[in-house]
Design a binder for this molecule. Structure first.
Ligand code: NG6
Ligand code: CA
Length: 528
């Protein structure tokens, strides 16, 4: 080869030739370090996103009864945020905000989806789209829940638009949630294992005559269920689990609930193994611990807390396996991992599954008030951590960070100029624990909004129940203004709205500046 002949000719040495050799060698070395630096400018990025995992469900956040060593490793050896927020207290709006860097209340369609259309406009900038423009391969494995198609979805053709139309080169998803039909996986728009002779039909209409539509239902045939429904979830029974909605056909395509964790993990691992040569972005979106909680038998009984605890341990194991894959592929030093959850915890979300009965001393929300669906802290304050071996030093940060900041931060990290209007570039905070977090943040829960600024949080008055009795969670709605100082009162027990009228006024006015005046269901707000 060329190298060999240069080498050999040089070996017939004179001292000038020797120094030339040295020069060539040095430039080769420096060139290869350049190459390396280049790749670490574009690290692989993995977003691990859990579904309904609470602030107190990770032992790094709440050293209690449930042990999550693999998530703890990322939190303790990376940066652990103790004021990290999902944008919303439910799934679809949070996921919309995560991928677009835009507040979900700006998009009237960003509400919990049940068989609905794609809520991201195909012209919107998303994390995968931005990364694709910057030379990344982009994949999603797991729960989507951002809608598919436009109008009625035909599951028997290639479904579009979906993840592949908003920036993902590769997608292997479940459409909405594990408790909704159709219980099938969809790869790049096509239902996996679909038999054309057994087409899938789905409907979610609660008015129609359900008794004879599709598979037996939880409503009519509760004796066929192995998991009992508590509220909602009385539609088609699949694998003994009654779901939201009704389904016909697609028998060979139906997923196995107990294998779902392994299934998605394997797809995620395969993706990494296939794409490792070039920078990749993987959105690994786990289904746990959302209902129905169906741990693989390997995890049954492992937490002593019933299926909810078991699937958290299962998810933690999956995260450990993913980590091992990165390690054995030699990718850890060049991979940024961000882990968070789409909203806070809930125990009974529609099935009798012992989540309440076997909870014991575990506190899924830690000391926080509320839970999923709530404007109180536990609705949106979630585990939030970033890990990059050799790059991010172990740190705990109390700075405020939101999932809408991930897009802007990633944009900066990969050298792009794009910044969404609502998000902040917090890349220095994430990578170096430097600089400030956010000062302020709008929080959302089922279309209601609240405002955090510094140590304070303000919830304007809302009509509607204070508690959702079915799930037994305080929603944060009250006819009174609420004002809390989170530093002194992280559990939001002392409403200071009456004793601190000046602070309330200031908070309200700052809130309205971002949110606009149309934010409350109570009309008699004394806005100036
Ligand atoms: C609710 C479901 C709940 C859960 C939620 C979505 C009923 C009564 N409740 O409508 O079980 O599926 O939607 O959760 O059907 S989320 O985490 O995806 O937002
Ligand atoms: Ca969720």
């Amino acid at each position: 080869s060329n190298f060999k002949s240069i080498y050999l000719s040089i070996m017939k040495n004179t001292s000038t030739v020797k120094s030339t050799l040295l020069f060539i060698l040095l430039s080769l070395i420096s060139c290869s370090t350049d190459e390396k630096n280049k790749t670490s400018d574009k690290p692989n990025i993995i977003l691990i996103y859990l579904d309904d995992l609470g602030y107190g469900d990770v032992s790094a956040y709440n050293s209690g009864t449930l042990q999550t060593p693999n998530m703890d490793k990322l939190a303790n050896e990376g940066i652990k945020f103790t004021n990290g927020y999902a944008s919303s207290a439910t799934c679809s709006p949070s996921r919309y905000a995560l991928l677009t860097g835009t507040y979900p209340w700006r998009n009237s369609e960003a509400k919990i989806i049940t068989g609905g259309s794609l809520i991201i406009d195909t012209t919107e900038i998303t994390i995968p789209k931005l990364l694709k423009k910057n030379g990344y391969q982009t994949g999603i494995v797991g729960k989507w829940h951002l809608g598919l198609g436009s109008g009625k979805i035909d599951y028997n053709t290639t479904i579009s638009p979906g993840p592949n139309q908003v920036g993902f080169d590769y997608s292997h998803i479940m459409a909405d949630t594990q408790d909704r039909v159709p219980a099938v996986y969809i790869e790049n728009g096509n239902v996996v294992n679909l038999d054309p002779n057994d087409p899938i039909e789905v409907n979610f209409s609660m008015n129609r005559e359900r008794k004879n539509y599709g598979l037996p239902t939880g409503l009519k045939n509760p004796e066929l269920t192995t998991m009992k429904w508590h509220h909602g979830h009385n539609g088609s029974i699949i694998n003994g689990v009654p779901r939201i909605g009704f389904m016909k056909g697609g028998e060979k395509a139906r997923w196995s609930d107990i294998d779902m964790a392994d299934y998605f993990l394997n797809k995620a691992k395969e993706y990494i193994e296939k794409k490792k040569e070039e920078p990749f972005f993987l959105y690994y979106s786990l289904q746990q611990p959302h209902v129905p909680r169906t741990p693989h038998p390997r995890f049954e009984g492992t937490s002593g807390m019933g299926p909810r605890g078991d699937v958290i341990l299962e998810a933690d194991w999956c995260i450990g396996e993913l980590y091992k894959t990165l390690e054995s592929e030699g990718l850890l030093e060049n991979t940024l991992i961000i882990l968070s959850s789409d909203n806070g915890p809930v125990l009974n979300d529609g099935y009798y599954d012992d989540a309440v009965e076997k909870l014991g001393d575990h506190t899924p929300a830690g000391v926080l008030r509320g839970g999923k669906y709530s404007l109180f802290e536990a609705g949106t304050k979630v585990p939030f951590m970033a890990y990059w071996k050799g790059k991010i030093a172990p740190n705990v940060s109390e700075k405020i960070i939101s999932q809408i900041d991930i897009l802007n931060s990633i944009s900066k990290i990969v050298g792009s100029d794009y910044q969404s209007a609502d998000g902040k570039d917090l890349s220095d905070l994430i990578l170096k624990n430097e600089g400030n977090g956010r000062n302020e943040l709008i929080l959302e829960a089922t279309t209601r909004t609240a405002y955090r600024n510094g140590d304070w949080t303000m919830i304007p008055p809302y009509k509607g129940p204070a508690i959702n009795d079915k799930v037994n969670i305080e929603l944060g709605s009250s006819k009174e203004f609420q004002l809390y100082n989170l530093k002194d009162d992280p559990s939001q027990l002392n409403n200071l709205a009456k004793s601190q009228p000046e602070k309330l006024k200031e908070m309200l006015s700052d809130f309205v500046k971002i949110r606009g005046k149309n934010f409350s269901t109570v009309d008699n707000l004394f806005l100036e």
